[in-house]
Structure formats: C-alpha cells, structure tokens
Design a protein around this ligand. Structure first.
Ligand code: BV8
Length: 272
C-alpha cells in the first residue's frame, strides 16, 4: 500500500475501483482550491447582504442593478482563476467510467474548462445570461462591465429585453430536465449488480441541496456513499465513508492509485 495513502483513503480507492456507475455531487468546496470563495466561507454574505437576499427573483424585481453588481463582481472574480486538480480529476473520471455523471451546484465554469462534458449544472452558470423577454440563453466570455451598471444601465438583448444571470435563484425551481436526467442515471443502477453505484459528495455543506434527496436515493438503490469535505456536514453521519480532506489535494493523490488498481485488475483477468 502506498505510504502516502491511509486506510480510509484506501477504502475510497477500493470503492472507486469496484464502482461501475459513478455519480458525483459537488458544491463550492470543489472550487475553493482555485481561489473561488465558498458561500459559507464568505459567511454567506456579499457587501453585507445575505446571499439568500440578493440571489432571489424578488431582489431582481426590486433592484436589478444591485443584483447585477453581485453577479458582475463574481464574473470578474472568475477571470483570474483556473481549474484545480479536483476539476481535472473529475474530468478524467468521466473518461474512465462508462457510466458517469457530474452534478454540480457551482455556477462557475471551471468544470467545463477542465474538460467535463457529462455535467449537470444544477444551479445554472455565472457566464450565461437569459433574456427575461425571450428566454434566449447566451454564453458570455467577459464579465458584464461594472461601470455601465454603476450608471444604472442594465444588460439587454438586441430587442431591448432585460437580461438576467442564467442561474437558479433561491425560491426558484430546479430544471425538471436536469432532475429527470439525474433520476434516469441513478435508477439504471437497479439493473446492475449490487454495489456498482457509487456517490461521491464533494465540497458541499448540504445547506441548500440537503433537500434534493440524491443521497437518500443512492442509498435506497444499494449504492455506496462517500463524502469529501474538510468539515463535517449533515451528510457526514449517513454516508458510508467521510474523508476530512480538501478535494483537490485528496483526488490528485488517490486517482492515480485507482487507475493503477483497475489496470492491474484488467491485466490479471487477461492472464492465461
Ligand atoms: C428548490 C445559484 C424545490 C445562485 C444557488 C429548506 C428550508 C428552507 C428553504 C428551503 C429548504 N430547502 C429548499 C429551500 C428553498 C431554497 C433554499 O435552499 N434556501 C436556503 C436559504 C435554505 N432552495 C431553493 O430555492 C432551491 N430550489 O429547492 O426547488 C425543488 C427541490 C427539489 C427538486 C425540485 C424542486 C434552489 C436553490 C438554488 C440557489 N442558488 N446558486 C448563485 O450562485 O448566486 S445556491 C448557492 O449556494 C450555490 O450554488 C450552492 O449550491 C449553495 C452553497 O452550497 P455549497 O455549494 O454547499 O457551498 P457552501 O459554501 O455552503 O459549502 C462549501 C463546502 O465546501 C463547505 O462544507 C466546506 O467545508 C467545503 N470545503 C471548503 N473547502 C473545501 C471544501 N470541500 C472540499 N475541498 C475543499 N478544498
């Protein structure tokens, strides 16, 4: 056993080695090592506003300039950061497991920039706008300029429709197509050998997503559940394995061991 790997990490490696269907559910903690502040890290605040009070349709209705300043500042913050090893390993895992789905609560674009494609952005994307008049979604490659917002000029579509950030605000429903895709991916485990399904909950406090029920569904389907988070969360008591480590640092160390172990298994099966 690799001296750098402790017994809990070896358990994770064994679970990732034997998994045939991998569901990764992640939150702001995955981007923490890229320097993107987590919501709990910001104390859930922005300029003294509670995030839950700014990231709502009511706030946008009441004061769209302030809400756009909140998002334009985060868009600008995204320009200076890069995917970290957690994003890179998650993108590598997608290429390794035939059945793999990454469901992220993060609105940053670091999963995409690391090469993830089998990806559900459950809460939308910071670098996309949606027209409130026509519903058109547009990807932007630069932040909405703060000076225009300071002048009270709001981003609009060519026909003058007010643009909003293409994110899910508090009080808004999740995209039913996203939920259907997740449900279909997880339910497929029913037709596979027990223990094939593995859920990795990485870098989420569960304070928002606790109600989404993915952990309960995986458990009901006989899947294994693992949490990666330096801090305890409501999930910690119910998962099979909880690793108190930063995601990037841990995944960068364990992933090569998983690939090596799976390769040895394939070679062993082929030996006469
Ligand atoms: C919905 C986009 C129904 C916008 C976001 C229960 C009680 C009261 C109200 C509710 C409730 N359940 C749901 C609600 C309503 C509401 C809600 O959640 N309210 C809050 C105030 C409780 N929820 C909704 O309205 C949601 N809609 O539930 O619809 C439904 C449900 C199921 C099925 C169909 C319909 C929609 C909520 C979406 C809100 N939008 N983002 C924007 O970003 O501006 S949420 C936003 O906050 C983020 O996207 C993120 O999801 C969330 C923060 O959560 P985390 O990602 O977990 O981040 P956090 O900072 O909390 O934790 C980071 C963790 O990382 C920590 O644990 C830390 O220890 C760890 N960490 C730090 N460093 C590392 C690390 N981990 C690993 N490695 C590291 N290096």
């Amino acid at each position: 056993m690799n001296p750098q790997i402790n017994s809990e990490e070896q358990q994770l490696i064994d679970l990732m080695d034997s998994a045939r269907r991998v569901f990764v559910f992640c939150g702001a903690g995955v981007s923490a090592e890229s320097g993107v502040p987590t919501f709990r890290g910001m104390g859930g605040l922005w300029e003294g506003h509670r995030v839950e009070d700014v990231a709502t349709p009511e706030a946008f209705q009441r004061d769209p300039v302030t809400v756009w300043r909140f998002y334009a500042a985060r868009q600008a913050g995204l320009m200076g950061v890069l995917p970290n090893p957690a994003h890179q390993v998650l993108a590598a895992m997608e290429r390794h497991y035939p059945a793999f789905l990454l469901v992220s609560q993060n609105v940053d674009n670091l999963h995409e920039r690391a090469g993830s494609h089998r990806l559900v952005k459950l809460h939308g994307s910071l670098m996309e706008t949606r027209c409130t008049a026509h519903g058109t979604v547009t990807t932007i490659d630069a932040p909405v300029p703060l000076p225009t917002l300071e002048r009270g000029e709001l981003p609009r579509c060519p026909e003058g429709g007010l643009l909003r950030p293409n994110v899910v605000w508090f009080g808004e429903w999740l995209d039913p197509d996203h939920l259907a895709r997740i449900e279909q991916f997880l339910q497929a485990a029913e037709r596979e050998p027990p223990g094939s399904l593995l859920l990795l909950s990485i870098g989420t406090s569960g304070q928002v997503s606790g109600g989404y029920g993915f952990l309960e569904l995986v458990t009901a389907l006989g899947g294994h559940t693992v949490e990666v988070n330096p801090e305890p969360t409501p999930f910690s008591k119910v998962v099979d394995l909880a690793l108190r480590s930063p995601a990037g640092e841990l995944l960068e160390r364990v992933w090569p061991q998983v690939v090596q172990q799976r390769l040895q298994c394939v070679v062993a099966q082929k030996e006469p």
